[in-house]
Design a binder for this molecule. Structure first.
Ligand code: DGT
Ligand code: MG
Length: 377
């Protein structure tokens, strides 16, 4: 029956904690400045510096009390000299002069605008900025040829820079689940990323797809995108095939953060509730005016994992990025193991350790289980 099919297909996370651990009241304003410095370092391509600020920010966020003076931070890890200086400045003056200067610098502002275009990374944005391009209007008249991702990014710029709400993510889930189940009955769709961690908004919606019979999931992304296209909701997509099978050795142990699943970066059309009953002709006419059209564009990532790697994929795609990074560091330095979104390799035993749940992966690593809502580092 369709209800059984639905139950098989619609695998939801067990718990949904909304907004847990996200900037609780006990945390002072000193957090935001550190996030600005982290972002600025990222926009400069300085990954090491960015991670240092992200760590400091995460540490402050994890404290269960409001910090009144830097002396209280003595002995805490992850707080470098620079971060302490910024916190001191904020506590003394209400703001950090370095952060205020960063925020008002033309470079920071331009890099934020340009990297805000889907498909534009730091390297491209930097190149454009050195050519004097600081705004979308300047980019449009610059004569640069944009690739298909960047063209879509520019076309839907406003929508894609407007956070996706939990309700919108749920509506997108229904669309994706329907498409997946219609092309592969029995497939399981799991909402991953920030929404699985209980965040109430996000920059995209991440889905992990698998099937209990290993092998059935192969090539699924193409069928799903064809289905979404036939339903008129696929605005842009770029798929990559699974390359893990070709050389699994090394992938589990690779230092690269990118995984090798079959995957689709897409932009979907989300029709707003009140517009669903409208005359289709009218809806089409409204689309010419992006300001008042009855739908919005949403970035959606579809990742397809074989069931044997699903626990690793789920852990990897739930995030946060910093949490994943710290877990992988722990694996290497404390356990001599290599963790990826595909596998866990024990360098001492020289073998892969299997897991069919996230709990088992934490156990292999000698760590206490942390539920998704506790991973908002
Ligand atoms: P946001 O910005 O609200 O969407 O926040 P998140 O936490 O959903 O971040 P997102 O969507 O960029 O990524 C979700 C998680 O998936 C993140 O913790 C890291 C992981 N992830 C994203 N892209 C890749 C990738 O290419 N390879 C691997 N291994 N993991 C990735
Ligand atoms: Mg996300």
């Amino acid at each position: 029956s369709s209800r059984v099919l639905k139950r098989q297909c619609f695998q939801r996370p067990a718990t949904r904690v909304r907004g847990a651990l996200l900037y609780p009241d006990t945390i002072p304003f000193s957090l935001i400045p550190l996030a600005v410095l982290a972002e600025s370092a990222e926009l400069n391509g300085d990954e090491g510096r960015a991670v240092a600020f992200r760590r400091s920010e995460a540490l402050l966020r994890s404290l269960d009390r409001r910090v009144q003076g830097v002396a209280e931070l003595r002995g805490l890890p992850c707080l470098g000299e620079h971060s302490r200086r910024v916190i001191q400045d904020v506590l003394d003056n209400g703001e950090s002069s370095e952060v205020e200067e960063t925020k008002s610098s033309s470079r920071y502002k331009a890099m934020k605008v340009l990297t805000g275009i889907f498909g534009v990374g730091v390297k491209t944005a930097k190149r454009w900025f050195t050519e004097g391009i600081c705004s979308l209007a300047q980019l449009e008249t610059s004569g640069h040829t944009l690739n298909p991702a960047q063209q879509a990014g520019l076309k839907y710029y406003a929508d894609l820079n407007q956070p996706v709400t939990r309700d919108e993510a749920d509506a997108i889930s229904v669309t994706v689940e329907e498409a997946v189940c219609s092309v592969l009955p029995g497939a399981q769709v799991t909402l991953a990323g920030g929404f699985r961690r209980g965040k109430t908004s996000g920059h995209d919606v991440d889905f992990l797809i698998t099937h209990p019979d290993e092998g059935k999931e192969e090539g699924l992304v193409h069928k799903v995108t064809a289905c979404l296209e036939s339903r008129g909701v696929l605005l842009y997509h770029q798929t990559t095939r699974n390359t893990y099978q070709e050389s699994p050795e090394g992938a589990g142990r690779s230092r690269s953060n990118m995984d090798r699943f079959e995957r689709c970066f897409s932009i979907l059309k989300l029709v707003q509730e009140q517009a669903k009953d409208q005359d289709p002709v009218q809806v089409e006419a409204d689309q010419t005016d992006s300001g008042c059209r009855p739908w919005r564009a949403v970035r959606v990532d579809l990742v397809v994992s074989p069931i044997s790697q699903f626990a690793f994929a789920l852990l990897g795609w739930t995030g946060s990025k910093l949490f994943e990074r710290e877990m992988r560091r722990w694996a290497v330095h404390e356990k001599s193991m290599s963790l990826s979104s595909h596998a866990l390799y024990d360098n001492n035993q020289k073998r892969y350790l299997t897991a069919s749940s996230e709990e088992e992966i934490f156990a292999h690593l000698g760590l206490e289980y942390v539920s998704p809502s506790g991973r908002n580092a």
